[in-house]
Design a protein around this ligand. Sequence first.
Ligand SMILES: Nc1ncnc2c1ncn2[C@@H]1O[C@H](COP(=O)(O)OP(=O)(O)OP(=O)(O)O)[C@@H](O)[C@H]1O
Length: 823
Amino acid sequence: MAATIDLTHDGTVLVAMESTACDPHHIELPELSGVSSITSQNESVDGCEQQLRVFLRVRPFSKEELNNNEDQGCVVFESAETAMLHAPKGSATMKCSEKGIGQQVHKFSFTKIFGPESTQAEFFDGTIRLQVQDFLHGRNALVFSYGVTNAGKTHTVQGMDVCMNAGSTKDPGILPRALDTVFRHINGRMYSHMDLRPYLNSDVQKLDPDQLRLERAAKTALFSMLKEDSESSRTSRSRSSSSSSINSLSFSGVSYDQTVDSAEGVISDVQCVYSLWVAYYEIYNEQVYDLLQPALSNRTKRRAALRLCEDSAGNSYVRDLRWVHVQSAEEAAKVLRVGNKNRSAAATKMNQSSSRSHSIFSIKLLRIEGADVQGISELSLCDLAGSERCNKTQTFGERLKEAGNINNSLLILGKCIAGLRNNQGERVKNSYIPFRESKLTRLFQGVFCGRGRASMIVNINQCASTYDETLHVMKFSAVAKEVVQVIQPRSLECLAPRLLGRDGKPLLNNGVIDSQAVDDYLSEEELLDGDEEADMSILPQEELLNLVESLRAKLMTERKKNLLQEIQIRREMGDAMMQQIMEIEELHSRQMADLKESYEEKMDSTFEMYKEALKEHAYQCALERLEEEYVPLEEFTAEQDRAKELERRVNELEQKQRGFALVLQQENSTQTDLMQLNTEETDSERLKLLYKEKCAVEQVCAEKQELIVSLEKRIKELSETLQEAGESYMEKLAEVQNLQNRLNYQERETEHLQGELTERVLELHGVKEDLAKLTRDPVGQSRPKRGLLVNIKESMSSPSSGNLCRTIRKSVRTTTALRKKPN
Ligand SMILES: Nc1ncnc2c1ncn2[C@@H]1O[C@H](COP(=O)(O)OP(=O)(O)OP(=O)(O)O)[C@@H](O)[C@H]1O
């Protein structure tokens, strides 16, 4: 249950009381005249805001610690309210600060600081004496000690010898001193019978003679556990029957200052008598055990775990917890010693007598006038188990489990305190406070939320080796100090408790239970899970039947409401999913279009690139060849002219040769004639000339022939180069073709994906229809009520919603595939 926020008319934001904080039947009761006159002069006015009081107590070093060089000046006191913590070398804090994370020095302020030299008396007077006075004046009070293991919590709460389970207390702590103060205060006004016993959270039960006999026997049995000699018992009994006196106190170290009490104002109403009851229990491994119940078995020393319940107003109490009527401080001390014997203490590495549980000593004071109980108040002193780091303390097995539970409940206490702090202030957030997550916080939820005053004692040692843990505790206390408690007005808290008989029926007429009010105050959680922890046994049978009927009706309404809510949520979920799927689909199509476009662009550009490259290549090749075979034009023309000239001359010469041949033939024929006629000298000269001419012509012919051959060779080479260029062009053309084929393949794939998308859309329509059918289901159909989340999960796993899930999964797979594909 979270603390609610109340915005008052003047704009101040307060942490208001929880529903557990006030009793419906109490509200109806008129304020009692006798109560209002009992007002504490030292505390703040009722109904106001008050900061949680946080006291720091620093214990002195032991000899062993001094020998181990634990004194490194880690704790320095600046004033009576401020202390500085200096990180020692080697601590995690120092290492962090060396790396630039965090600081080496931390400053903390407290309501008051008590140094190592402070005495138990000084501490009591400066811290909870006022709360004890408040308790005597009818107000609830809670004091809890918090700190790492071996920091001195038990010493502070119980004192030197009590915490060691030894005999009498030499140097008593706040608990024996509180008891002492109470007994001195009510001295001479003790209610001599034990027939009025505390019941549930803040009610009183009238015991009949049988119950009374049992109560007496139980008390005797309890004290006999201490195996004290009969002499001392007799003395005790005689003292019990008489009024309490200073000499009767068992806490030998308590020194009593009469002036303090007189200054606080003694209750003027002499008609009032008091009955005092105490209980002593522990929370060990998240189980509540009564420290005053004998163990179930001698071997295991375990007792039955008790249940934590809530009364009809939501106030927590421990069911079947043993309340012992005490009539003197000595009896109270005995109760404490019996409980301490049973307390789960085991030696840890850091503390030879370490408390492994949160122990709570509760005192209930009944204010009786005539036959009526006018008021009841409770003072609880809680000695929390020490937080510890498991590796440092070398914790194993059972000890490790204990440490885990201890640390967890302290963590939740821290969360609750931080939650209370966060829920107050200017910009309030009504955040959830996890009171119900641990037994400890559940028990004290009421006090934290205004049903009394709480104060915290922070115990620390100054050892360098536990510096980091100590710093953590100090940080926790800094948060706690910011918590502002809004204390309920006395008019609500100090009203008379109900007086109930053996069968639980209220004995007072004006204490009639308003079933409607109970209905209103029962939380929804209790209604739904039928938790056995809401104790209804206090209601009479008729009321119970009415209550059951009204609860059944309420349950039906709740179920209907839940079903409608479920349908609404399903519809909203369906719409949200549809919206999501549409968005995914749109995204897909956009991605596909983009993809297609980019592929096309890529292909075009690649094609263009290859084309360009091919052209370039061909051009380059041509250029190279041209360079190799380049002949200037004039030279080529001149050469051609020469060739033509030579050809012409060859032709001329050939004609001439043919002419000569004819001539020679003719001359040969005539030569025979002339030979006879001409002289031999002329013939030979002509022949020589002709022969010379013939040789010259033949030489020119041969030259021309060579030139022709070389030209033909060049022509052949050129045609080969051309052929090569053609082949490489063909190759490039083939590559381009290949790329074109790939582009076609990609296009086909894109079409395929689009087809799949269309299929998904059709499936979606199917799912939408399923949802619509679901929505049309009749509202009144009874279904097993197992919680909204479970039903939603079931519906999601049902065959109809299976399609939806598959669709979503497929969509997600497609998206993932698409994301991967482009690369
Ligand atoms: N103010 C003090 N003066 C002298 N001795 C002290 C003081 N406070 C604590 N000590 C001693 O220190 C030791 C550890 O104290 P104590 O057992 O109270 O620690 P604790 O915090 O209760 O430890 P745990 O959480 O493990 O039970 C005891 O021997 C106790 O006597």
